[in-house]
Ligand binder design. Structure first.
Ligand SMILES: NC(=O)c1ccc[n+]([C@@H]2O[C@H](COP(=O)([O-])OP(=O)(O)OC[C@H]3O[C@@H](n4cnc5c(N)ncnc54)[C@H](O)[C@@H]3O)[C@@H](O)[C@H]2O)c1
Length: 254
């Protein structure tokens, strides 16, 4: 016989849980950290910057949760290890990880250098790999686009990594999923936009079928869903949040 139907709202609750967000000093990572706090969880943010954005200071009192900031370089083994050790000491246990530390380099393929490719791999791939590895011991692919070869390779690696980990870690009831944001209106896309001409920059607004660029607020609902019990039977998936761009662009002119 089928089990009785359950209420949906409590499944989205994250009360009294504990999460780590890497790259959470600003941008998408901070938006995720804020959303997790709002849903009632304690959060440790790790990032290479000295300080997170100003709004971080008010999160703890606003949402009645514990927040800690640990300056960390996810590309340095000792830094990552000691920050995770500190975070676990602070949080007591860990319910999930949102690895957002990453960089983008926007250049034609033929101009990308050894040092740039190495940096992207060590941050976007190795940094995520070991953040997940450490976190699982005690959760993106970009739209394929030109001039971003090394970046796209790194995001493809992360998506495959998530699938492999989802299968391998399932026996411990650890779920691994990714989100793939499209163009999000933040420092990272601004830096890319500044390097492109006006028409190319405009495409971030015009080409998604939903006819606008995304914001951090478009991502947080999916993050909370994936971290919560509402997604308890979901693992090894990627959720594109891109205004429909992966299905097709409606305005492309080079
Ligand atoms: N903005 C977009 O349109 C977009 C789209 C798709 C995917 N993404 C991905 O989402 C993630 C976050 O992007 P964002 O737009 O918020 O970028 P962002 O540059 O605003 O944030 C990235 C954060 O990572 C931190 N960081 C950089 N190097 C680090 C290191 N060595 N150790 C620890 N932290 C480090 C930065 O200080 C920064 O706070 C990235 O992985 C990015 O590739 C962004």
């Amino acid at each position: 016989m089928a089990p009785p139907l359950e209420d949906v709202r409590p499944k989205f609750e994250l009360k009294n849980r504990s999460y780590i967000v890497t790259g959470g000093a600003q941008g998408i990572g901070f938006a995720c950290a804020r959303a997790i706090c709002e849903m009632g969880s304690n959060v440790v943010i790790m990032d290479i910057q000295d300080q997170p954005v100003e709004e971080y200071k008010g999160l703890s009192s606003k949402f009645g949760v514990r927040t800690e900031y640990i300056k960390t370089d996810v590309t340095i083994k000792e830094s990552l290890n000691s920050s995770f050790a500190k975070a676990i000491e602070i949080l007591g246990s860990l319910d999930g990880l949102v690895p957002c530390a990453g960089i983008a380099i926007d250049k034609p393929f033929t101009e990308q250098t050894w040092a740039e490719m190495t940096r992207i791999q060590e941050l976007n791939v190795r940094g995520v790999f070991f953040s997940e590895l450490i976190a699982s011991q005690c959760a993106h692919v970009a739209i394929p686009g030109y001039r971003m070869a090394a970046y796209n390779a790194s995001k493809g690696a992360v998506r495959m990594l998530a699938k492999a980990l989802a299968v391998e870690l399932a026996k411990w009831k650890i779920r691994v999923n990714t989100i793939s944001p499209g163009f999000i209106d933040l420092d990272m896309t601004k830096a890319v936009r500044d390097l492109k001409n006006a028409i190319e920059g405009e495409q971030m607004w015009k080409s998604p079928p939903l006819k606008r660029i995304g914001t951090q607020n478009d991502l947080t609902g999916a993050i909370i869903y994936l971290l919560s019990d509402a997604s308890s039977y979901t693992t090894a998936v990627d959720i594109p949040i891109d205004g429909g761009v992966q299905a097709g662009r409606i305005y492309v002119e080079n």
